[in-house]
Design a protein around this ligand. Structure first.
Ligand SMILES: [Zn+2]
Length: 218
């Protein structure tokens, strides 16, 4: 269980110098499954969540929290005073999932197009041959055209297929570059590598020695 005390006095974890904030105004207490409870410590001007005065209430980062009626409390900033970055860390799960899904999508769609470009031309002379046999038109132009296609179409197909597969590295490069910007420790900004989010969660905190941000509420 983590307790973060909030108020004007210097012995608080999160110190606020504001006329409406009491010396020991309120505290945040961690509950089960990453939730937080805000408790008023019999402050002079009261503690408010979304406009209603509270004694104890579960709070989330989207709540409007006020100490007295004027001072708006920055919930995430309070957590950071204890080096707690669990809210931002949780959001990284989506970043990792999106990255792996997009990578697979790019690779498989390119493989499909590459194969299509390479195999389609081989079918063309057969189709022409079929047309000739059905129409019974043995015009020489058709025959020569069909022979030319037999030679040229596969060459074109191989060219297009090669060009398509050359697009993969660029698309993957763009994806990886963005991933390196987004998949970083929320405190120190260090790239977390191509490591699944679940594995990082098991580490619980940043491995950069000067950072040590807590990724998981303990
Ligand atoms: Zn860090």
């Amino acid at each position: 269980m983590t307790v973060i005390t909030i108020g004007k006095a210097q012995d608080n974890d999160y110190i606020i110098d504001h006329p409406q904030v009491s010396r020991h105004h309120a505290r945040l207490v961690s509950g089960e499954q990453d939730c937080w409870f805000l408790e008023d410590l019999e402050s002079s001007n009261g503690t408010f969540v979304n406009g209603a005065q509270i004694a104890r209430k579960r709070v989330t980062p989207t709540d409007d929290i006020r100490l007295g009626k004027e001072y708006q409390l920055d919930f995430l900033a309070v957590l950071k005073s204890k080096n707690d970055y669990s809210t931002e860390f949780k959001a990284l799960k989506k970043v990792y999932d999106d990255y792996t899904r997009e990578k697979v999508r790019i690779q498989s769609s390119n493989q499909f197009k590459t194969r299509l470009f390479q195999s389609l031309p081989f079918a063309l002379p057969g189709i022409i041959g079929l047309i000739i046999s059905v129409t019974g038109d043995s015009n020489q132009g058709w025959v020569i055209g069909s022979l030319l296609l037999t030679v040229l179409a596969p060459v074109g197909g191989i060219y297009l297929g090669a060009r398509q597969s050359a697009k993969i590295p660029q698309q993957l490069q763009d994806l990886t570059n963005q991933f390196k910007i987004d998949y970083v420790c929320p405190k120190c900004g260090t790239f977390l590598g191509d490591i699944p989010w679940e594995s990082l969660r098991n580490k619980k905190h940043c491995l950069v020695s000067s950072c040590q941000a807590k990724w998981v509420e303990e």
